[in-house]
Design a protein around this ligand. Structure first.
Ligand SMILES: N[C@@H](CCC(=O)N[C@@H](CS)C(=O)NCC(=O)O)C(=O)O
Length: 223
């Protein structure tokens, strides 16, 4: 049995939830409330940087942190997840590449914008936020070209790259809308949010959306 330490609103947790739902892997969810010292201590004891998701695999006696490594771990140990890494070595490299693009050029910059709003007045970083918006715009333009061919991020199979894409684009597009010149990206996003695993994650996150720091920008269709 797997235990997932997570929060239903947290974007990197969505990435792993999508992989678990895609592969139909049973797990026990342990919701971590970072506002509670005992929950923070429990998470720190598993992964001292204090970030989730983390999984504990009681059968194999392993604790696995970091969303990407968790998904690769699932692919190694659960045959139903194997396809998430691509069908051959070349495809796997492409999956890793585009998954990295979503994490490094979309996800963390979206987090920067959200995190800045949580800072007290006087401790905000407008230059850092402007830079983050610039990176998102550059990423959108690059992704639009990648997504012009193929149904998913890497060809026609849903992979770890799409698990990374869904939550990062979901929150990023709310903060920094896709430009009109990125029709392939916009169409891909619509396909993503219709995917049953992604729909399920967004449905489970719904009760928590009022706590999203930019809740006033959340499109009505997701509420
Ligand atoms: N590189 C990590 C990033 C995880 C991460 O940033 N998680 C956020 C939630 S989406 C978190 O734990 N935030 C709490 C904090 O930073 O205190 C991964 O891929 O799992």
């Amino acid at each position: 049995m797997l235990t997932l330490y997570y929060h239903p609103l947290a974007s990197f947790c969505h990435k792993v939830l999508i992989a678990l739902y895609e592969a139909d892997i049973a797990f026990k969810g342990r919701v971590i409330d970072l506002g509670k010292a005992e929950d923070r201590d429990e998470l720190d004891a598993l992964w001292p940087v204090g970030k989730f998701p983390v999984i504990r695999d009681e059968v194999r006696g392993r604790v696995v942190p970091e969303s990407t490594i968790i998904i690769e771990y699932l692919c190694q140990h659960f045959p139903s997840a194997a396809g998430l890494m691509g069908d051959d070595k070349d495809a796997t490299l492409q999956v890793r590449l585009w998954e990295r693009v979503f994490d490094h050029y979309v996800h963390v910059h979206m987090q920067k914008i959200v995190g800045d709003r949580l800072r007290p007045e006087g401790e905000r970083d407008p230059r850092g936020v402007a830079d983050a918006r610039g990176v998102l715009q550059a990423a959108y333009a690059m992704l639009d070209k990648q997504l012009a061919s193929g149904h998913w991020a890497v060809g026609d199979s849903f992979t770890m790259a799409d698990c990374a894409a869904a939550p990062s684009l979901f929150y990023a597009h709310i903060l920094e809308p896709f430009p009109a010149g990125c029709p392939s990206l916009a169409a891909y996003f619509e396909r993503l949010i219709e995917r049953p695993s992604v729909r399920r994650v967004l449905e489970e996150a719904k009760p928590w959306f009022p706590y999203f720091p930019y809740k006033e920008l959340m499109p009505r269709r997701f509420l």
